[in-house]
Design a protein around this ligand. Structure first.
Ligand code: ARG
Length: 411
């Protein structure tokens, strides 16, 4: 399979979910563009049987259907940096989809190199962030790669897609079409469209899938403990496990207590404000716990400075600039800083809340001898007076200057 026979120009790696859109695209690329389509499906913990998806791609005409269990890679290379950075776009969205896209793009580019494909394709529309993330990531990794986005060229209604699928022998899911557009991986679930497009409307219960309503959550709180090592959650309730597994486990536990529902209006890269519903029980609990442990173990200066980088990290991730030197440099900063973030966090899960109620660390900077108002106080109260004198000296000088100006003016 070399470029010599021109096959590279006709060979494309399609990011394939197995849904109606990407199935129709697979056929369309073959028929309308005369391309040979290799599909790439990454298992990031979304529902659906990956082997069935593979079968469907082969049946629809792909000569090769690549499937990758990428959950551990996702956790190691994307969730660890996100946890370090307490990643939340516009202070709310834990970035599940935004973190997954650069990984899928990387797998696509790797596959394209292996099979000798000159193109990558995706099923995103022209209005969203995902097209930006896929394409910027692919070109950052492989500047010569060519991109085809059929959904931007060929805008179809669901009805005409179904018609196209039926007339081309593509199996159409019999399940009643959901009124929502959903994307899922272990870090979270997003839900858009339908009634949710009215930002005044409270999301109906059927918009949620991972969490119960706080009204249906248990009346007894559940206490959990997360132990961190180097800023990474390693142990859940005494059991050590891989991060992907810990996240999956925690989604189930915290979802039962209605933790992780997010309703927000956010700013897309393409200039649109959109209303989004997210469910991210594990992400919300882990980031809350991690932030708390940082407060115990990092110095005041580190915390204040890191906050700026955390925000930048979230923006870069959301905006598709994952494979950028700035994002990588923030990672290296965090790698160093997070060496101190070790210890345990005790959380209470109760009717939608994930509240930190206790924390401890071998490297805790909290000194009870300094903090206490009871006996055993070691703080040097007398030296506070001298400190305050110098701390306020600049303002004192300023005030004195103003006073004498006033006097001058009155003369
Ligand atoms: N608004 C979110 C984001 O930009 C979710 C996108 C969901 N994508 C999708 N194809 N349904 O990350």
């Amino acid at each position: 399979m070399g470029a010599e026979d021109g096959s590279k120009d006709k060979r494309v790696v399609l990011a394939y979910s197995g849904g109606l859109d990407t199935s129709v695209i697979l056929k369309w690329l073959m028929e309308e563009k005369g391309m040979e389509v290799i599909t790439l499906t990454a298992d990031l913990g979304q529902p659906g049987d990956i082997e069935e998806i593979k079968e469907k791609a082969l049946k629809t005409g792909a000569p090769e259907a690549v499937v990758v269990d990428a959950k551990d890679e996702f956790a190691r290379d994307f969730l660890v940096p996100a946890i370090w950075a307490n990643a939340s776009y516009e202070d709310k969205y834990p970035l599940a989809t935004a973190l997954a896209r650069p990984l899928i793009a990387r797998l696509q580019v790797e596959t394209a190199r292996r099979v000798g494909a000159g193109w990558v394709a995706h099923g995103c529309t022209g209005k969203g962030n995902d097209q930006v993330r896929f394409e910027v990531a692919a070109r950052a990794l492989e500047p010569e790669i060519k991109i085809i986005a059929p959904m931007r060229e060929w805008i179809m209604t669901r009805e005409s897609e179904i018609e196209y699928a039926e007339s081309h022998g593509i199996p159409v899911p019999i399940t009643k079409a959901s009124p929502y557009s959903v994307d899922e991986n272990i870090w979270g679930r997003s839900c858009e469209c339908g009634i949710l497009e009215d930002p005044w409307e409270e999301p109906p219960e059927d918009a949620f899938d991972w969490t119960v309503s706080p009204m249906d959550a248990p009346d007894e709180p559940l206490y959990i403990q997360i132990d961190f090592e180097g800023g990474i959650p390693r142990v859940l309730d005494g059991e050590e496990m891989e991060l992907a597994q810990l996240v999956t486990r925690l989604n189930a536990i915290a979802g039962k207590h209605a933790v992780g529902r997010i309703d927000m209006v956010e700013d897309r890269v393409v200039g649109i404000k959109s209303r989004e519903i997210y469910e991210a029980p594990a992400a919300v609990a882990i980031i809350e716990a991690h932030r708390d442990l940082e407060r115990l173990t990092l110095t005041a200066e580190s915390l204040a400075f890191k906050k700026l980088l955390d925000q930048k990290f979230a923006e870069l991730t959301y905006q598709g600039l994952w494979f950028s030197p700035l994002r990588e440099a923030i990672d290296e900063f965090n790698r160093k800083i997070e060496e101190a973030v070790n210890g345990s966090v005790k959380m209470k899960l109760f009717k939608g809340g994930a509240t930190v109620v206790g924390r401890s660390s071998p490297g805790s900077l909290y000194d009870v001898g300094l903090a206490t108002y009871d006996k055993g106080d070691l703080f040097d109260h007398k030296s506070a007076a001298g400190f305050i004198k110098l701390w306020g000296l600049g303002l004192e000088v300023l005030s004195r200057g103003r006073k004498s100006e006033e006097k001058e003016g009155k003369k």
